[in-house]
Ligand binder design. Sequence first.
Ligand SMILES: [Zn+2]
Length: 251
Amino acid sequence: MSPASAKALRLDDVGAASKRHEVYGVTRIRVGPLALPFPGNFLFLKYIPPVKRWGPYRELGAAEWERILTALEGARAAMTVGVTAGWVETDGRIVPFPRKFPDAAAVIRRGVERGLLEVANHGYTHCVVDGGRFRPRLFSGNRSEHREFHDWLPAEVHREHIGRAQGILQDFLGSPVVAAGGLRYLSCLDPGRWGAVEGLTVVGDADVVAIHDRDLVLRGLGVLQGLLGGPRGDPFVTVREVGAGLEEAKQ
Ligand SMILES: [Zn+2]
């Protein structure tokens, strides 16, 4: 059992095609005390730094995952990886993560087997697929379409997506998977239905250091090494371990 002070480290958006399709630009530019309107979503502008805000960026590769495992092992730490189980292609087809990125997925599975990684359910699509709403637009950003669990979608859709993601990830790993990341979107779903999904409602932001794969792709693995070597008490643990600790403390 981990000490009560241990925090979880969570890396979100692995396998999420929002990194490809979520494109929007800055719409305000600061000039002294003023925030002036700027047409950052106009055509190509939103693809160019520093106007570009989120995507596109690439998926982490197998060699990077190997280095992540080495860094975790060296720090005697573990990390929860929020995997979006279905990659949404531009035409709307959804490809399971282990099939879309087999090399990275194989290293992740080895990390799980070695106790360095835990895979968490970070949704099925990470975006609204219907009507091609996830696709980049010419004259506006599409940030709001890159949340999966909108409250204007029927609860059945949420349940179906969580269920499909659980199916893909549990088949891939051969073991139960926790749901983490986007917790606030799931909290409306009657979490009791997901009996097998541990820690769904109990692990809050205060107990988790959350980063995105984007941080590592754009800024390098030094971001992770900085966190692992930073001035903290205990090494990072998984979301599941923090959840179990909190549940135990309640009893
Ligand atoms: Zn996400």
